[in-house]
Design a protein around this ligand. Structure first.
Ligand SMILES: *[C@@H]1O[C@H](CO)[C@@H](O)[C@H](O)[C@H]1NC(C)=O
Ligand SMILES: *[C@@H]1O[C@H](CO)[C@@H](O)[C@H](O)[C@H]1NC(C)=O
Ligand SMILES: *[C@@H]1O[C@H](CO)[C@@H](O)[C@H](O)[C@H]1NC(C)=O
Ligand SMILES: [Cu+2]
Length: 117
């Protein structure tokens, strides 16, 4: 079964998930649950890419710990991206947490919790 699954996964290829779909990575027109609902609509695998597309004048992407995700605290990140077209390759199973580091954006719902089983 594992061998078959490996073949199927390889055949399907790695996917690129544009974070937020057509809405992208933003605070405009989102509810507090917007990114949680978007995550629930996706099927993530190791090797897939999260593609954050946004206006870099108003947003960034900050990968943080679970604790700092909950606290919307961007002061001690694992990594920060600022180009407006940023890719994160999912390296392994687990939880990956991202927030926007601009003031009050995370609190407004611009935060992403991706879990890969
Ligand atoms: C936000 O939503 C409103 C109502 O659906 C829509 O008219 C407006 O174009 C949206 N704004 C953006 C930037 O998507
Ligand atoms: C943010 O996290 C850092 C490191 O964990 C901590 O030192 C700091 O006090 C936190 N800031 C707030 C406002 O909680
Ligand atoms: C954004 O990044 C993706 C993935 O690297 C790339 O395919 C795409 O061409 C880039 N788009 C722009 C506008 O730079
Ligand atoms: Cu933002």
């Amino acid at each position: 079964l594992v061998a078959i699954w490996t073949v199927i996964t390889a055949a399907a290829g790695a996917e690129v998930h544009r974070v937020g779909g057509s809405t992208g990575w933003t605070t405009i027109n989102i509810t507090a649950d917007f990114y949680r609902d978007w995550v629930a609509s996706q099927r993530f695998n190791v090797g897939d890419t999260l593609l954050f597309q946004y206006n870099s004048n108003f947003h960034n992407v900050v990968r943080v710990t679970h604790r700092n995700y909950n606290a919307c605290n961007a002061t001690t990140p694992y990594a920060t991206w600022t180009s407006g077209n940023d890719s994160f390759l999912i390296p392994r199973p687990g939880h990956f947490y991202f927030i926007c580091g601009f003031t009050h954006h995370c609190e407004a719902g611009q935060k992403l919790d991706v879990r890969i089983v």
